[in-house]
Design a protein around this ligand. Structure first.
Ligand SMILES: [Zn+2]
Length: 462
Protein backbone atom coordinates (compact mmCIF):
# COMPACT_ATOMS: atom_id res chain seq x y z
CA UNK A 1 0.00 0.00 0.00
CA UNK A 2 1.22 3.46 -0.74
CA UNK A 3 0.80 6.29 1.72
CA UNK A 4 -2.79 7.48 1.94
CA UNK A 5 -3.50 10.82 3.53
CA UNK A 6 -6.75 12.53 4.33
CA UNK A 7 -6.73 15.59 2.12
CA UNK A 8 -8.92 18.36 3.55
CA UNK A 9 -9.61 19.70 0.06
CA UNK A 10 -10.90 16.37 -1.20
CA UNK A 11 -12.48 15.31 2.11
CA UNK A 12 -11.23 11.76 1.73
CA UNK A 13 -8.08 9.70 1.92
CA UNK A 14 -6.07 10.00 -1.27
CA UNK A 15 -2.76 8.50 -2.36
CA UNK A 16 0.03 10.90 -1.47
CA UNK A 17 1.67 12.17 -4.64
CA UNK A 18 4.66 14.41 -4.31
CA UNK A 19 5.77 17.14 -6.69
CA UNK A 20 9.18 15.57 -7.15
CA UNK A 21 9.86 11.90 -6.75
CA UNK A 22 11.60 11.05 -3.49
CA UNK A 23 11.06 14.52 -2.00
CA UNK A 24 8.48 16.16 0.22
CA UNK A 25 8.14 19.88 0.80
CA UNK A 26 5.81 20.83 3.63
CA UNK A 27 4.69 24.14 5.06
CA UNK A 28 3.11 24.29 8.49
CA UNK A 29 1.61 27.49 9.84
CA UNK A 30 3.58 28.48 12.92
CA UNK A 31 2.66 30.51 15.99
CA UNK A 32 1.64 34.12 16.35
CA UNK A 33 4.01 35.06 19.13
CA UNK A 34 2.00 37.20 21.56
CA UNK A 35 1.79 34.80 24.52
CA UNK A 36 3.30 31.58 25.90
CA UNK A 37 2.60 28.45 23.81
CA UNK A 38 -0.63 26.61 24.65
CA UNK A 39 -1.48 22.93 24.37
CA UNK A 40 -2.76 23.35 20.82
CA UNK A 41 0.68 24.55 19.73
CA UNK A 42 2.17 21.43 21.26
CA UNK A 43 -0.27 19.16 19.51
CA UNK A 44 0.17 20.78 16.09
CA UNK A 45 3.95 20.64 16.41
CA UNK A 46 3.90 17.00 17.56
CA UNK A 47 1.59 16.03 14.67
CA UNK A 48 3.76 17.49 11.92
CA UNK A 49 6.93 16.31 13.64
CA UNK A 50 5.52 12.77 13.57
CA UNK A 51 4.61 13.12 9.88
CA UNK A 52 8.01 14.54 9.08
CA UNK A 53 9.89 11.83 10.99
CA UNK A 54 7.86 9.07 9.38
CA UNK A 55 8.25 10.41 5.83
CA UNK A 56 11.99 10.82 6.44
CA UNK A 57 12.24 7.28 7.79
CA UNK A 58 10.42 5.96 4.70
CA UNK A 59 13.27 7.32 2.63
CA UNK A 60 11.83 10.62 1.41
CA UNK A 61 13.90 13.79 1.62
CA UNK A 62 11.73 16.16 3.63
CA UNK A 63 12.03 19.94 3.53
CA UNK A 64 9.94 21.66 6.12
CA UNK A 65 9.12 25.33 6.42
CA UNK A 66 7.24 26.81 9.34
CA UNK A 67 6.73 30.50 9.93
CA UNK A 68 6.65 32.84 12.89
CA UNK A 69 3.98 35.54 12.75
CA UNK A 70 5.76 38.34 14.57
CA UNK A 71 3.46 41.21 13.64
CA UNK A 72 -0.22 41.03 14.50
CA UNK A 73 -3.06 42.87 16.27
CA UNK A 74 -2.54 40.84 19.46
CA UNK A 75 1.20 41.55 19.54
CA UNK A 76 0.52 45.25 19.06
CA UNK A 77 -2.10 45.23 21.84
CA UNK A 78 0.23 43.50 24.29
CA UNK A 79 3.10 45.84 23.46
CA UNK A 80 0.80 48.81 24.08
CA UNK A 81 -0.50 47.48 27.43
CA UNK A 82 2.97 46.57 28.67
CA UNK A 83 4.59 49.68 27.24
CA UNK A 84 7.21 47.82 25.20
CA UNK A 85 8.00 47.43 21.54
CA UNK A 86 6.27 44.88 19.32
CA UNK A 87 9.57 43.23 18.48
CA UNK A 88 10.34 42.89 22.19
CA UNK A 89 7.03 41.06 22.74
CA UNK A 90 7.55 38.89 19.66
CA UNK A 91 11.12 38.00 20.67
CA UNK A 92 10.08 37.02 24.18
CA UNK A 93 7.35 34.66 23.00
CA UNK A 94 9.37 33.24 20.10
CA UNK A 95 11.97 32.21 22.68
CA UNK A 96 9.24 30.83 24.97
CA UNK A 97 7.80 28.83 22.05
CA UNK A 98 11.19 27.50 20.96
CA UNK A 99 12.02 26.44 24.50
CA UNK A 100 9.00 24.16 24.75
CA UNK A 101 9.51 22.85 21.20
CA UNK A 102 13.03 21.90 22.08
CA UNK A 103 11.84 20.13 25.26
CA UNK A 104 9.39 18.17 23.08
CA UNK A 105 12.26 17.33 20.72
CA UNK A 106 10.46 18.80 17.74
CA UNK A 107 12.93 18.70 14.84
CA UNK A 108 13.70 22.31 13.86
CA UNK A 109 12.24 23.44 10.51
CA UNK A 110 14.64 23.76 7.58
CA UNK A 111 13.26 27.18 6.91
CA UNK A 112 11.69 29.46 9.45
CA UNK A 113 10.56 32.72 7.92
CA UNK A 114 9.54 35.58 10.21
CA UNK A 115 6.75 37.71 8.76
CA UNK A 116 8.55 41.00 9.36
CA UNK A 117 11.49 39.75 7.28
CA UNK A 118 9.25 39.02 4.28
CA UNK A 119 7.43 42.31 3.82
CA UNK A 120 8.83 42.82 0.32
CA UNK A 121 7.49 39.47 -0.87
CA UNK A 122 4.07 40.34 0.58
CA UNK A 123 4.07 43.72 -1.18
CA UNK A 124 4.82 41.86 -4.43
CA UNK A 125 1.89 39.49 -3.92
CA UNK A 126 -0.50 42.35 -3.13
CA UNK A 127 0.77 44.39 -6.10
CA UNK A 128 0.01 41.49 -8.44
CA UNK A 129 -3.42 40.92 -6.93
CA UNK A 130 -4.26 44.59 -7.47
CA UNK A 131 -3.05 44.32 -11.05
CA UNK A 132 -5.23 41.22 -11.58
CA UNK A 133 -8.27 43.06 -10.20
CA UNK A 134 -8.52 40.56 -7.38
CA UNK A 135 -7.98 43.28 -4.77
CA UNK A 136 -9.14 46.83 -4.16
CA UNK A 137 -8.26 49.73 -1.92
CA UNK A 138 -10.49 51.04 0.85
CA UNK A 139 -9.49 54.58 1.66
CA UNK A 140 -7.85 54.80 5.09
CA UNK A 141 -8.30 51.07 5.74
CA UNK A 142 -6.02 49.27 3.36
CA UNK A 143 -6.06 46.77 0.53
CA UNK A 144 -8.74 44.06 0.48
CA UNK A 145 -9.04 40.84 -1.42
CA UNK A 146 -12.25 40.49 -3.38
CA UNK A 147 -13.65 36.97 -3.17
CA UNK A 148 -16.38 37.47 -5.79
CA UNK A 149 -14.29 36.32 -8.75
CA UNK A 150 -13.13 33.15 -7.02
CA UNK A 151 -15.77 30.60 -7.98
CA UNK A 152 -14.09 27.92 -5.85
CA UNK A 153 -14.06 30.07 -2.69
CA UNK A 154 -15.20 27.93 0.24
CA UNK A 155 -14.08 24.62 -1.28
CA UNK A 156 -11.33 24.01 1.28
CA UNK A 157 -13.75 24.81 4.10
CA UNK A 158 -16.33 22.50 2.56
CA UNK A 159 -18.84 25.36 2.32
CA UNK A 160 -20.45 27.03 -0.64
CA UNK A 161 -19.96 30.72 -1.26
CA UNK A 162 -23.69 31.19 -0.56
CA UNK A 163 -23.46 29.49 2.85
CA UNK A 164 -20.38 31.47 3.80
CA UNK A 165 -22.01 34.71 2.73
CA UNK A 166 -25.06 33.94 4.83
CA UNK A 167 -22.89 33.28 7.91
CA UNK A 168 -20.72 36.32 7.35
CA UNK A 169 -23.68 38.60 6.61
CA UNK A 170 -25.39 37.71 9.88
CA UNK A 171 -22.30 38.48 11.92
CA UNK A 172 -22.31 41.71 13.87
CA UNK A 173 -19.69 44.32 13.14
CA UNK A 174 -19.24 43.48 9.47
CA UNK A 175 -17.53 46.33 7.67
CA UNK A 176 -20.22 47.53 5.25
CA UNK A 177 -17.69 49.35 3.07
CA UNK A 178 -16.27 46.06 1.83
CA UNK A 179 -17.64 44.77 -1.49
CA UNK A 180 -18.45 41.44 0.15
CA UNK A 181 -18.52 40.56 3.86
CA UNK A 182 -16.06 37.76 3.03
CA UNK A 183 -13.43 40.11 1.63
CA UNK A 184 -10.33 40.22 3.80
CA UNK A 185 -7.45 42.59 4.44
CA UNK A 186 -4.24 41.98 2.54
CA UNK A 187 -2.67 45.17 3.82
CA UNK A 188 -3.76 47.28 6.77
CA UNK A 189 -3.21 51.03 6.65
CA UNK A 190 -0.90 52.36 9.37
CA UNK A 191 -2.41 53.60 12.60
CA UNK A 192 -0.46 56.05 14.77
CA UNK A 193 2.12 54.34 16.94
CA UNK A 194 1.92 50.98 15.14
CA UNK A 195 4.82 49.44 13.25
CA UNK A 196 4.44 50.09 9.53
CA UNK A 197 6.23 49.67 6.23
CA UNK A 198 6.29 51.84 3.11
CA UNK A 199 4.36 50.63 0.04
CA UNK A 200 3.09 52.14 -3.23
CA UNK A 201 -0.33 52.42 -1.51
CA UNK A 202 0.88 54.03 1.68
CA UNK A 203 2.37 52.91 4.96
CA UNK A 204 0.90 49.95 6.76
CA UNK A 205 1.39 46.33 7.70
CA UNK A 206 0.50 42.98 6.15
CA UNK A 207 -2.60 40.88 6.79
CA UNK A 208 -1.95 37.43 8.19
CA UNK A 209 -3.34 35.53 5.19
CA UNK A 210 -0.90 37.23 2.83
CA UNK A 211 2.08 36.51 5.05
CA UNK A 212 1.82 32.75 4.65
CA UNK A 213 1.33 32.99 0.87
CA UNK A 214 4.52 34.97 0.42
CA UNK A 215 6.52 32.89 2.91
CA UNK A 216 5.40 29.42 1.79
CA UNK A 217 5.96 30.10 -1.92
CA UNK A 218 9.30 31.72 -1.23
CA UNK A 219 10.51 28.88 1.02
CA UNK A 220 9.22 25.92 -0.99
CA UNK A 221 8.26 27.14 -4.48
CA UNK A 222 5.04 26.58 -6.42
CA UNK A 223 3.11 23.35 -6.08
CA UNK A 224 4.77 22.25 -2.86
CA UNK A 225 3.49 19.02 -1.37
CA UNK A 226 1.77 19.54 1.97
CA UNK A 227 0.24 22.59 3.58
CA UNK A 228 -0.64 21.92 7.18
CA UNK A 229 -1.77 23.47 10.42
CA UNK A 230 -4.37 23.13 13.13
CA UNK A 231 -7.93 22.59 11.88
CA UNK A 232 -8.95 25.98 13.25
CA UNK A 233 -6.89 27.43 10.39
CA UNK A 234 -8.87 25.76 7.60
CA UNK A 235 -11.25 28.68 7.46
CA UNK A 236 -10.67 31.51 6.95
CA UNK A 237 -6.84 31.44 7.06
CA UNK A 238 -6.06 28.65 4.61
CA UNK A 239 -9.07 29.33 2.43
CA UNK A 240 -7.90 32.92 2.13
CA UNK A 241 -4.33 31.91 1.36
CA UNK A 242 -5.66 29.67 -1.39
CA UNK A 243 -7.93 32.38 -2.83
CA UNK A 244 -4.93 34.67 -3.27
CA UNK A 245 -2.78 32.05 -4.94
CA UNK A 246 -5.67 31.11 -7.26
CA UNK A 247 -6.01 34.77 -8.22
CA UNK A 248 -2.28 34.90 -8.92
CA UNK A 249 -2.73 31.90 -11.22
CA UNK A 250 0.02 29.99 -9.42
CA UNK A 251 -0.07 26.36 -8.28
CA UNK A 252 -0.26 26.02 -4.50
CA UNK A 253 -0.23 23.06 -2.09
CA UNK A 254 -0.90 19.64 -3.61
CA UNK A 255 -2.31 18.33 -0.33
CA UNK A 256 -3.88 19.95 2.72
CA UNK A 257 -3.57 18.32 6.12
CA UNK A 258 -5.21 19.58 9.31
CA UNK A 259 -4.69 18.37 12.83
CA UNK A 260 -7.42 18.48 15.44
CA UNK A 261 -7.70 20.33 18.71
CA UNK A 262 -6.96 19.57 22.35
CA UNK A 263 -9.79 19.11 24.84
CA UNK A 264 -8.83 19.85 28.41
CA UNK A 265 -10.84 17.64 30.78
CA UNK A 266 -13.51 17.20 28.17
CA UNK A 267 -13.77 20.82 27.13
CA UNK A 268 -12.43 22.28 23.94
CA UNK A 269 -9.15 24.00 24.67
CA UNK A 270 -9.47 27.65 24.02
CA UNK A 271 -8.16 30.72 25.74
CA UNK A 272 -11.56 32.36 25.64
CA UNK A 273 -13.14 29.56 27.70
CA UNK A 274 -10.74 30.33 30.49
CA UNK A 275 -9.69 26.69 30.93
CA UNK A 276 -6.32 27.43 29.45
CA UNK A 277 -3.43 25.32 30.60
CA UNK A 278 -0.22 26.16 28.90
CA UNK A 279 2.18 23.79 27.24
CA UNK A 280 4.98 24.34 29.72
CA UNK A 281 2.75 23.26 32.63
CA UNK A 282 1.69 20.10 30.81
CA UNK A 283 5.31 19.18 30.04
CA UNK A 284 6.27 19.92 33.65
CA UNK A 285 3.52 17.63 34.93
CA UNK A 286 4.06 14.65 32.68
CA UNK A 287 7.39 15.05 30.91
CA UNK A 288 7.89 15.65 27.20
CA UNK A 289 7.85 12.00 26.15
CA UNK A 290 4.54 11.37 27.90
CA UNK A 291 3.00 14.29 26.08
CA UNK A 292 4.26 12.92 22.78
CA UNK A 293 2.99 9.46 23.61
CA UNK A 294 -0.43 10.86 24.51
CA UNK A 295 -0.52 12.72 21.19
CA UNK A 296 0.43 9.55 19.30
CA UNK A 297 -2.27 7.56 21.08
CA UNK A 298 -4.92 9.77 19.51
CA UNK A 299 -5.30 9.97 15.73
CA UNK A 300 -4.21 13.43 14.60
CA UNK A 301 -7.63 14.21 13.12
CA UNK A 302 -9.41 13.41 16.39
CA UNK A 303 -9.64 15.79 19.33
CA UNK A 304 -6.99 14.94 21.91
CA UNK A 305 -8.37 14.59 25.43
CA UNK A 306 -5.94 15.97 27.93
CA UNK A 307 -6.37 16.07 31.65
CA UNK A 308 -4.21 15.33 34.64
CA UNK A 309 -5.30 11.64 34.57
CA UNK A 310 -4.47 11.03 30.92
CA UNK A 311 -1.14 12.84 31.34
CA UNK A 312 -0.24 10.74 34.38
CA UNK A 313 -1.24 7.52 32.59
CA UNK A 314 1.03 8.44 29.68
CA UNK A 315 3.80 9.30 32.10
CA UNK A 316 3.44 5.86 33.75
CA UNK A 317 3.55 4.22 30.31
CA UNK A 318 6.83 6.00 29.54
CA UNK A 319 8.23 4.77 32.87
CA UNK A 320 7.21 1.23 31.95
CA UNK A 321 9.04 1.60 28.64
CA UNK A 322 12.18 2.77 30.40
CA UNK A 323 12.14 -0.01 32.96
CA UNK A 324 11.58 -2.46 30.11
CA UNK A 325 14.62 -1.04 28.28
CA UNK A 326 16.76 -1.20 31.42
CA UNK A 327 15.59 -4.69 32.26
CA UNK A 328 16.68 -5.85 28.80
CA UNK A 329 20.01 -4.08 29.10
CA UNK A 330 20.69 -5.52 32.52
CA UNK A 331 19.95 -9.02 31.32
CA UNK A 332 22.55 -8.53 28.59
CA UNK A 333 20.01 -8.28 25.76
CA UNK A 334 21.47 -6.23 22.91
CA UNK A 335 19.06 -3.62 21.59
CA UNK A 336 19.37 -1.76 18.34
CA UNK A 337 17.26 1.32 17.76
CA UNK A 338 17.36 0.91 13.99
CA UNK A 339 16.22 -2.65 13.44
CA UNK A 340 12.62 -3.63 12.93
CA UNK A 341 11.86 -7.23 12.06
CA UNK A 342 9.98 -7.74 8.79
CA UNK A 343 6.62 -8.70 10.29
CA UNK A 344 6.55 -5.77 12.72
CA UNK A 345 7.77 -3.41 10.02
CA UNK A 346 4.90 -4.46 7.79
CA UNK A 347 2.34 -3.85 10.47
CA UNK A 348 3.95 -0.52 11.44
CA UNK A 349 4.01 0.69 7.84
CA UNK A 350 0.46 -0.41 7.13
CA UNK A 351 -0.73 1.57 10.17
CA UNK A 352 1.27 4.68 9.30
CA UNK A 353 0.49 4.55 5.58
CA UNK A 354 -3.19 4.63 6.49
CA UNK A 355 -3.29 8.39 7.12
CA UNK A 356 -0.71 8.16 9.92
CA UNK A 357 -2.66 5.86 12.23
CA UNK A 358 -0.32 6.31 15.16
CA UNK A 359 -2.65 4.73 17.78
CA UNK A 360 -2.35 1.45 15.93
CA UNK A 361 1.43 1.88 15.42
CA UNK A 362 1.84 2.51 19.16
CA UNK A 363 -0.24 -0.61 19.94
CA UNK A 364 2.11 -2.65 17.79
CA UNK A 365 5.11 -1.30 19.68
CA UNK A 366 3.58 -1.99 23.11
CA UNK A 367 2.70 -5.52 22.02
CA UNK A 368 6.36 -6.01 21.10
CA UNK A 369 7.35 -4.79 24.57
CA UNK A 370 5.18 -7.46 26.19
CA UNK A 371 6.51 -10.14 23.84
CA UNK A 372 10.13 -9.18 24.54
CA UNK A 373 9.47 -9.32 28.29
CA UNK A 374 7.94 -12.79 27.86
CA UNK A 375 10.91 -13.96 25.79
CA UNK A 376 13.25 -12.79 28.52
CA UNK A 377 11.13 -14.55 31.17
CA UNK A 378 11.78 -17.70 29.14
CA UNK A 379 15.48 -16.81 29.05
CA UNK A 380 15.32 -16.64 25.27
CA UNK A 381 17.91 -13.88 24.84
CA UNK A 382 18.04 -14.07 21.04
CA UNK A 383 14.29 -13.58 20.62
CA UNK A 384 14.19 -10.93 23.35
CA UNK A 385 16.91 -9.00 21.52
CA UNK A 386 15.14 -9.14 18.17
CA UNK A 387 11.73 -8.19 19.54
CA UNK A 388 13.02 -5.50 21.91
CA UNK A 389 14.99 -3.92 19.05
CA UNK A 390 11.82 -3.73 16.95
CA UNK A 391 9.93 -2.15 19.82
CA UNK A 392 12.59 0.45 20.60
CA UNK A 393 13.11 1.20 16.87
CA UNK A 394 9.41 1.82 16.23
CA UNK A 395 9.27 4.22 19.17
CA UNK A 396 12.42 5.90 17.82
CA UNK A 397 10.74 6.53 14.44
CA UNK A 398 7.82 8.05 16.33
CA UNK A 399 10.21 10.31 18.24
CA UNK A 400 10.19 8.55 21.62
CA UNK A 401 13.54 7.40 22.92
CA UNK A 402 13.65 4.60 25.48
CA UNK A 403 16.32 4.26 28.13
CA UNK A 404 18.20 1.08 27.32
CA UNK A 405 21.13 1.57 29.67
CA UNK A 406 21.44 -0.41 32.88
CA UNK A 407 22.93 2.66 34.58
CA UNK A 408 19.76 4.03 36.17
CA UNK A 409 18.91 0.78 37.98
CA UNK A 410 22.48 0.95 39.23
CA UNK A 411 21.87 4.41 40.60
CA UNK A 412 18.63 3.25 42.21
CA UNK A 413 20.48 0.46 43.98
CA UNK A 414 23.21 2.89 44.99
CA UNK A 415 20.57 4.99 46.70
CA UNK A 416 19.43 1.92 48.61
CA UNK A 417 22.99 1.05 49.64
CA UNK A 418 23.61 4.60 50.79
CA UNK A 419 20.46 4.43 52.91
CA UNK A 420 21.65 1.20 54.53
CA UNK A 421 25.10 2.68 55.14
CA UNK A 422 23.44 5.63 56.88
CA UNK A 423 21.38 3.34 59.12
CA UNK A 424 24.54 1.37 59.98
CA UNK A 425 26.37 4.60 60.83
CA UNK A 426 23.51 5.68 63.11
CA UNK A 427 23.41 2.27 64.78
CA UNK A 428 27.17 2.42 65.46
CA UNK A 429 26.86 5.99 66.78
CA UNK A 430 24.30 4.66 69.25
CA UNK A 431 26.67 1.77 70.03
CA UNK A 432 24.01 -0.61 68.71
CA UNK A 433 26.62 -2.96 67.25
CA UNK A 434 24.25 -5.89 66.75
CA UNK A 435 22.10 -3.85 64.34
CA UNK A 436 25.20 -2.41 62.63
CA UNK A 437 26.60 -5.91 62.08
CA UNK A 438 23.27 -7.16 60.80
CA UNK A 439 23.17 -4.37 58.17
CA UNK A 440 26.76 -5.21 57.18
CA UNK A 441 25.74 -8.84 56.66
CA UNK A 442 22.73 -7.81 54.58
CA UNK A 443 25.02 -5.69 52.41
CA UNK A 444 27.44 -8.55 52.06
CA UNK A 445 24.61 -10.71 50.77
CA UNK A 446 23.95 -8.03 48.14
CA UNK A 447 27.59 -8.32 47.06
CA UNK A 448 28.63 -5.17 48.92
CA UNK A 449 31.70 -5.16 51.14
CA UNK A 450 31.85 -2.57 53.92
CA UNK A 451 35.14 -1.37 55.33
CA UNK A 452 35.56 0.92 58.34
CA UNK A 453 38.34 3.44 57.76
CA UNK A 454 39.61 6.35 59.91
CA UNK A 455 37.50 8.62 57.63
CA UNK A 456 34.32 6.62 58.11
CA UNK A 457 32.88 3.55 56.47
CA UNK A 458 33.20 2.97 52.74
CA UNK A 459 31.60 0.33 50.55
CA UNK A 460 32.48 -1.35 47.33
CA UNK A 461 31.03 -3.97 45.10
CA UNK A 462 32.74 -7.32 45.32
ZN1 LIG B 1 -0.43 30.42 7.83
Amino acid sequence: MTLQIFDTMQRRKVPFESRRSGEVAMYVCGPTVYDVPHLGHGRTALTYDMIRRYLGWSGLVVTMASNVTDIDDKIIRRAEIENRTESDVADEFTIAYDKQMSRLEILPADSRPHATQFIEGMIDVIGQLLKNDAAYELEGKGIYFSVQNDTSYGQLAGRSLGQLLEDAGSRVGVDKSKKSPLDFALWKSAKPGEPSWETPWGRGRPGWHTECVAMSLSALGEGFDIHGGGDDLTFPHHQNELAQVNALGRPFARHWIHSSMVNVSGEKMSKSLGNFTNLEEAIDIAGPRALRLLALQTHYRKAMEMGRDSLMAASEAVKRLDSFGRRMAQAGVTISDAEIDEVSKKSFISAMDDDFSTPSAVDTAFRLMRQANAALDDENIADASKIASSCVSIFAVLGISIDTVARIEQEDSDVEIEAMMKRRFEARSEKNFAVADQIRDELLQMGITVEDTPNGAVWFKA
